[in-house]
Design a protein around this ligand. Structure first.
Ligand code: FAD
Length: 384
């Protein structure tokens, strides 16, 4: 078998400690959090105390200044047990990384230490009821008024929406300028005029709070702008490759886990005087998935490596997300099938994994958008 070569001994030690934390603090409670539709705020403080949040944040901003693989390990260990609840990936990999990349010194000093400790929970507010894939059509407006901006609008499907203390929010500062009119702000949830809507009832990812957010004349100081006016779309595009990489990393580890569960289950389950694993169909289905999971793993780890070298481009990230999210959903379906009726029962992890899988073909850019990105590059300069 081809071994993963990304991780050092130090990473492996860290992985063991994350695994223990997950077994102790998450696994016993996750089913209840799924019923609640949210994880407790105290969990965020525990994760912060354990050093699991925003591992790459430099020491000067209260972090540990570790390499990206430490964040990857945290996410993988959560996903490996199906812990879809804590929205750590959004908090660490997106919100903190936006602030690190585009924030002023003051913004970094204010937010990052709190995010590392789990005292401030981040969310990313891009999608609106009428604008998801086509982000340049967003309508939330930010109008300058002296030293402040006044924000009006609505966001939907926002992960960590019920718990968030800060939102990296995309707005239009110039409604006639298309993508060039988009500007990002950091908006505190304590601001007057901000309101959380429903915690949305989803197919899967049940322990994660995914919400509507409303902004009615929310006033923020101009110093809350993240980056420059009119550069928001460009900023979002530069971060999308990273978001697609981490979503694909999620798929790769869950695909492997689902195959392991199914090998174990079918080796025990009896039918027609033999185990389900004895049927050639079972072996062929799982062998086929295993071969493709191995390809997905190698492609994923290579893209992680490229990302760490600053060389992952948007087309490679799109190809990875396309391949991994499709394999993720196919594996969930085929592995559930091999569990029979028990696979359809919520208490079986494969059932939850099946429900959780579906989002991977939609969020962070749908499979259709991934194909559009790939095809655009393939036909560049060839079509009139
Ligand atoms: C559980 C969950 C969590 C989420 N978390 C967040 C979050 O934290 N922050 C956030 O901002 N957003 C979040 N989202 C939103 C997510 O990113 C969007 O749902 C996604 O971008 C798709 O947008 P849409 O839902 O508006 O679909 P639409 O854009 O309306 O797409 C509908 C269909 O049309 C297809 N389509 C669109 N354009 C094209 C095209 N050019 N060519 C071919 N087909 C096309 C799409 O692929 C899709 O199949 C989340 C969504 C979910 C469900």
């Amino acid at each position: 078998m081809i071994e993963r070569s990304l991780f050092s001994e130090e990473h492996n030690i860290f992985r063991n400690s994350v695994r223990k934390f997950v077994e102790r603090e998450i696994v016993p409670y996750h089913a209840q959090w799924e019923e609640d539709g949210i994880v407790p705020r105290e969990l965020w403080l525990k994760m912060g105390a354990e050093g699991l949040l925003c591992c790459t944040v430099p020491e000067e901003y209260g972090g540990l200044g570790l390499d990206y693989l430490f964040d990857v390990i945290v996410f993988e260990e959560f996903w490996r047990v199906g812990a879809s609840g804590p929205g750590v990936m959004i908090h660490t990999d997106l919100v903190a990384s936006y602030i690190l990349a585009f924030g002023t010194e003051e913004q970094k000093r204010h937010w990052l230490p709190k995010m590392v400790k789990g005292e401030a929970i981040g969310s990313l507010g891009m999608t609106e009821p009428h604008a998801g894939s086509d982000l340049k059509e967003l309508r939330t407006s930010a109008r300058r008024d002296g030293d402040e901006y006044v924000i009006n609008g609505q966001k939907v499907f926002i992960s960590n929406g019920q718990l968030c203390d800060l939102i990296v929010l995309s707005t239009k500062t110039d409604k006639d300028a298309g993508a060039k009119g988009i500007t990002l702000f950091i908006v505190e949830s304590a601001r007057k005029g901000f309101r959380r809507g429903r915690n949305l009832n989803k197919l899967g990812m049940k322990a994660q709070d995914t919400s509507e957010l409303f902004f009615d004349d929310v006033r923020v100081p101009a110093s809350n702008m993240l980056g420059q006016e009119g550069k928001g779309f460009q900023q979002m595009m530069t971060k999308l490759a990273q978001e697609r990489l981490i979503q694909s990393t999620r798929s790769a580890i869950i695909i492997e886990t689902m195959i392991e569960w199914t090998v174990d289950y079918t080796s025990q389950r009896k039918a027609f005087g033999q185990t389900v694993a004895d049927f050639q169909n079972t072996q062929f289905v799982l062998a086929d998935l295993k071969a493709r999971a191995t390809m997905a793993r190698i492609f994923t780890d290579r893209c992680i490596e490229l990302f760490m070298q600053g060389k992952l481009d948007s087309v490679d990230a799109a190809m990875l997300k396309l391949v991994n999210s499709e394999l993720h959903c196919e594996t969930a379906d085929k592995c559930l099938q091999l569990h029979g009726g028990w696979g359809y029962m919520w208490e079986y992890p494969i059932c939850r994994a099946y429900a959780d899988a579906r989002i991977t073909k939609i969020a962070a850019g749908s499979v259709e958008i991934m194909k559009t990105i790939i095809a655009r590059e393939m036909f560049k300069g060839k079509r009139s």
